[in-house]
Design a protein. Structure first.
Length: 96
């Protein structure tokens, strides 16, 4: 009966990410999860290309670096938030 109450309180039944077998974190297990990871990587690469273009163009290196790191932090925070919202609860695992 307890499992029924848990399923009713959690409207999302399909996981996008499952907890990793070793360590802490998630692994994508659905198409939606893989799309999130691919979009994350594309946005990181786009930010890197823009950063390199600004540096070669003579932009202030300090400001460009701060903006780049802020971009990476924003994307990483969004990825972690999506993992928490759509995946299993993370915890340190030693296998199985």
């Amino acid at each position: 009966m307890a499992s029924v109450a848990i399923e009713q309180s959690n409207p999302m039944t399909k996981l996008w990410f499952e907890a990793r077998s070793y360590g802490w974190g998630w692994t994508p297990v659905s198409v939606e999860g893989w799309i999130v990871v691919v979009v994350f990587l594309v946005l990181v690469l786009a930010g890197t290309a823009i950063f390199m273009y600004q540096i070669r163009g003579g932009a202030d290196q300090g400001l460009a670096t701060v903006l780049y790191l802020a971009w990476i932090a924003l994307l990483s925070g969004a990825l972690i938030a999506i993992g928490y919202a759509t995946g299993e609860p993370p915890r340190w695992r030693w296998g199985a």
